[in-house]
Design a protein around this ligand. Structure first.
Ligand code: ADP
Ligand code: MG
Length: 338
């Protein structure tokens, strides 16, 4: 990082009245400035510049994490950094886009190195894993809030959308479901888990792995895709609405998380169907594509499970292994619905 790149005014008001805090300039320089890799221009100027490969479309998505709403105050900052980027990369995965770069808008109560150092480490480690570089952002004092915008690229016409499901397609989900919600319930004191079970479930909640490789492999194959953030029932319903179709899901076929498997069948269904924070990909594909999925699962190291069928009749029908309709109703997370 040259001095030239960092040659902007140093009279920042935001953090000056906090004794041990870094100035806004110093914290950006120390934690969030790295030499550009693919970007034409990174942190330090009024805008960053990126050059997508010739003819490619930019895929853009924003996700925000707010303390007390999306994470607990005592969450390990390294895991928070990881998760803030992971949930954004998950949207690129669902679109079938190759990650390029991201911006970071950060509101912090104070510029505390004991928070910033591990936060930046978790964030940038995941960024490096996916060669997605930090190219800019904004930093201000305020209640801890992290807003990231990711940029990816995808060949024209090949982006995976929510709207392409057709009657007769099969319905699949990646990985496993429900463990993240278990960790959340345990941390809230609503259920009890052993120390080792909680530790395992917390990995699902705090360090989800965005399914980038799977998203890329599904280009040209999946007819529709959505990533699971609010719970399968709600997210699938979004996809069905966008595609103007319905679906039948065999709840006994759902891939249940390793920790969740030890709980009752009722808890398994609740957490897998309506838990949220799974960050798996839910997708549909025409029947003739089924033969390719085992190879894709093996190549990406991510399980793919057939969980149902797309049907012409609107609505979501949940059935058990015997084909009986479920009596229970499940609802996904919504910020404005109590
Ligand atoms: P401006 O006043 O033009 O918005 P800022 O002083 O906010 O510029 O930011 C200076 C530079 O630092 C810009 O290039 C901006 O993109 C970058 N930046 C600010 N905050 C962050 C952050 N949290 N992470 C990465 N880059 C940041
Ligand atoms: Mg700014």
């Amino acid at each position: 990082m040259s001095n030239r790149q960092l040659n902007w005014p140093t009279c920042y008001a935001h953090f000056q009245d906090h004794d041990v805090s870094l100035s806004e300039f110093d914290l950006i320089a120390r934690y969030f400035t790295r030499p550009p890799q693919r970007a034409v221009l990174g942190v330090g100027d009024d805008c960053a510049l990126i050059q997508p490969a010739p003819g490619m479309q930019l895929a853009i998505s924003t996700d925000m994490l707010v303390e007390g709403c999306h994470f607990f105050s005592d969450l390990n900052p390294q895991h928070l950094g990881h998760k803030a980027l992971a949930v954004n990369l998950s949207d690129l995965a669902a679109c079938g886009a190759q990650p390029l770069a991201f911006t970071l808008a950060l509101a912090l109560p104070h510029s505390d190195a004991t928070f910033l150092e591990p936060f930046a480490r978790g964030l940038l480690r995941l960024a490096d894993t996916h060669q997605c570089e930090l190219i800019g952002g904004d930093t201000t004092r305020g209640p801890l809030t992290i807003s990231i915008t990711v940029f990816g690229e995808v060949p024209p016409g090949q982006a995976l959308l929510r709207s392409g499901a057709r009657a007769g397609d099969s319905l699949y989900v990646s990985g496993s479901l429900g463990d993240a919600r278990l960790a959340l319930d345990a941390l809230r004191g609503q259920i009890h888990l052993s120390d080792s079970a909680l530790a395992q479930a917390r990995i699902a909640l705090e360090q989800p792995q965005p399914r980038i490789a799977l998203g890329l492999a599904l280009r040209g194959l999946a007819s529709s895709v959505i990533d699971l953030s609010d719970g399968l029932v709600g997210d699938l319903s979004q996809l069905l609405r966008r595609s103007q179709v319905g679906a039948r899901v065999n709840v006994d076929a759902l891939p249940i998380g390793a920790v969740l498997r030890s709980l009752s069948p009722a808890q398994q269904r609740q957490s897998a169907l309506a838990g949220g924070d799974d960050y798996e990909l839910l997708f549909t594909a025409a029947p003739h594509c089924a033969a390719q999925l085992p190879r894709i699962a093996a190549q990406t190291g991510v399980a793919i499970t057939h969980i149902g069928q797309v049907e012409a009749d609107a609505g979501l029908r949940l059935v058990d292994a015997q084909g009986q309709n479920l009596a229970e109703h499940y609802r996904s997370f919504d910020h404005f619905t109590p």
